[in-house]
Design a protein around this ligand. Structure first.
Ligand code: 5GP
Length: 332
């Protein structure tokens, strides 16, 4: 799509279905969109209904979308009745809480959000490509259950260590024979880890098989300072710290491929995964999407490790060579 510089572009942070909307002046004139869609605003003259087109849509006719102000009022008044506009109350609440947390943390740069409202409505976006010599964007991988993101990340780095760097995590687990301090991990004691948590050293941490693992801000800076592309796989909560103009993160959500035929059929048995586990994988991916989908730039559906790696590598090249949509506030 051609990006016109004088135009306003918005990323939708909610689903809009005009034919379910009783407030719209004319249902046929409404522009349906899904959370994550990019909209080019044609007119914001009316305070209630804006005119917009979907980016990449061959349909040249603009349609009506609710203005931020109008949608905000709607969301305020319909708490508990989000079904009308395809809202998922729990996800909205969760994101809402995240936003509140974020506002509460001191010394944080201004966070880009839905035109400064407390609801997830639109985010103004613009095209961005780092200039030569400018620091590369941070690559954030988040994965739902079964996606095995850590392996994927390590493979990308191993295949091109001059371009990609690992933000070396801290762990309390014992070092294995082949591992070196500061290469695979920083190996520290549980007491040291807990004190680091207290001191706010980690942007995220988690427990796996009775051991603690965490990523520090310092480890990310160390990679970026070498002018390498830094890949991190973190808990999605870390996005509240990382989603800033400093890092300009490109967020990739990796989810395992689960076809519906596998659910409720005997074929799942052939894969050695129980139907129950498949359901859990599916639910984990859905939960992630509901809570963090509006921050995701790309969804990588992982069918097998080889094709997923190839797709990721193509994607990473693209992020470095082609402009991508980022919040306008990152560039101001
Ligand atoms: P391993 O002990 O086999 O090296 O790693 C086990 C698991 O620890 C990984 O699969 C990954 O899920 C988790 N892990 C590794 N690094 C980090 C990290 O920085 N943060 C979090 N939350 N988990 C990590």
């Amino acid at each position: 799509a051609v990006v016109e510089e004088d135009k306003v572009y918005l990323r939708a942070l909610f689903d809009y279905t005009p034919f379910e909307d009783k407030a719209t002046p004319c249902q046929e004139a409404g522009l349906p969109f899904k959370r994550g869609d990019l909209l080019q605003v044609v007119s914001q003259e009316d305070a209630t209904w804006w005119q917009a087109k979907r980016v990449g849509d061959s349909n040249l006719r603009a349609g009506l979308i609710p203005s931020t102000q109008f949608q905000e009022r709607y969301q305020e008044n319909t708490e508990g009745d989000y079904v009308n506009r395809g809202f998922e109350l729990t996800s909205l609440r969760r994101s809402f809480r995240l936003r509140r947390d974020r506002q509460g943390s001191p010394g944080e740069p201004q966070t880009p959000d839905a035109n400064h409202t407390d609801f997830l409505i639109y985010e103004e976006v613009t095209h961005y490509l780092p200039r030569p010599g400018e620091r590369p964007r941070l690559i954030v991988l988040i994965g739902s259950l079964g996606a095995r993101v850590t392996e994927l990340k390590q493979k990308v780095i191993t295949e091109n260590p001059r371009r990609y760097g690992l933000a070396v995590p801290h762990t309390t687990r014992a070092r294995k024979g082949h591992e070196r301090e500061g290469v695979e991990y920083h190996f520290i004691t549980k007491a040291a880890f807990e004190s680091d948590i207290q001191n706010g050293k980690f942007i995220e941490y988690g427990e796996y098989k009775d051991n603690l693992y965490g990523t520090s801000l310092e480890s990310i800076h160390r990679v970026l300072d070498q002018n390498k592309v830094c890949l991190v796989d973190v808990q999605p909560e870390a996005l509240k710290t990382l989603r800033t103009s400093e890092f300009k993160p490109y967020v990739i959500f990796v989810r395992p491929h689960i076809c519906d035929e596998q659910l409720g059929s005997s074929s799942s048995l052939n894969l050695g995964i129980s139907e129950e586990d498949l359901h859990e994988l599916k639910q984990s991916a859905e939960r992630m999407d509901k809570s963090y989908g509006h921050w995701v730039d790309y969804v990588l559906v992982k069918e097998d490790p080889v094709s997923a790696l190839a797709e990721l590598q193509v994607l990473l090249d693209r992020v470095q060579m082609e402009p991508q949509w980022v919040p306008g506030s990152w560039l101001r």
